[in-house]
Design a protein around this ligand. Structure first.
Ligand code: GLN
Length: 264
């Protein structure tokens, strides 16, 4: 091969390599840096439960303490999450069906639920309490629910408590609604005499509807909130639990508590 031909061939190869490299960097970098190929874990929440999860009126996005917490946990755990809105009574079935990967929804750990899904550690403690219309002077205790109609959200521990009081012959009727905002609307409309709901959430509805709703009676025994994954999904649960540890250790958890509860 002549010297001239050799130079041409070298130039050709050089050109080819350059163009391939150009293609390569354009074509593959988006895949390497992008998120398209990575697993995105779907988180189910029911967004009428402020400040834990609610819809930001301005953006239509689901926001709240739980949402920020699971996002912080995911970041610490190096995984990606996306929050989806579901009915409260649909959350556990959706986990079991594999339609979602994680539930965070101000969900109280109960024996029955723990038999169906795997919970992480408790991240929040709350109480159920009775709420009535602000001008109600009649209902001041559980006993005063005698013959009364109680409104609750479907599938909640508040609903369980109301049914329990009904079977004890105290509550006359339990009315079940899909979302907590409707439960409070029906209380203010007078459709129900009282509501049984998680106290921190009732406090937000009180603040949003000044002079309309009040808490009454003693709080019931504690509600311990935890996130959940499908039964046996220890791999994901371990990642989330390690993430929670980190979020607590870094001070991020306290930051969120300050933001949503004013440092409660
Ligand atoms: N903590 C209650 C429960 O687990 C209510 C939760 C909710 O309405 N989001 O049933």
């Amino acid at each position: 091969m002549s010297r001239r031909n050799k130079i041409w061939i070298l130039l050709l190869i050089f050109g080819l390599v350059l163009s391939l490299a150009g293609c390569g960097s354009g074509g593959t970098s988006s895949q390497q840096e992008g998120t398209a190929g990575d697993k995105v874990y779907i988180v189910g929440a029911e967004p009428t439960f402020p400040p834990f999860e609610y819809t930001d009126e301005a953006t239509g996005e689901i926001v709240g303490f739980d949402v920020d917490l699971i996002k912080a946990i995911a970041e610490a755990a190096g995984i990606q999450v996306e929050v989806q809105s579901l009915g409260f009574d649909g959350l556990i079935p959706a986990l079991q069906a594999g339609n979602i990967d994680i539930v965070i929804a101000g969900m109280t750990v109960t024996e029955e639920r723990a038999a169906a899904v795997d919970f992480g550690p408790t991240y929040w403690e709350a109480y159920l309490q009775i709420a009535v219309a602000a001008d109600n002077e009649e209902i001041k205790s559980v006993e005063d629910l005698q013959g009364k109609t109680v409104g609750v959200q479907i599938g909640t521990t508040g609903a369980l408590k109301a049914e329990e009081l009904k079977s004890e012959g105290i509550v006359k009727e339990v009315k079940t609604y899909n979302t907590v905002d409707v439960v409070f609307l029906e209380l203010m409309n007078g459709t129900v005499d009282a509501v049984i709901n998680d106290r921190p959430v009732t406090e937000i509805y009180m603040a949003r509807n000044p002079g309309k709703v009040k808490l009454t009676g003693e709080p019931f025994e504690g509600e311990e909130y935890a996130y959940a994954v499908a039964k046996g999904n220890t791999e994901l649960l371990n990642k989330l639990n390690a993430g929670l540890e980190e979020v607590k250790a870094s001070g991020k958890f306290d930051e969120l508590v300050m933001e949503y509860f004013g440092g409660e």
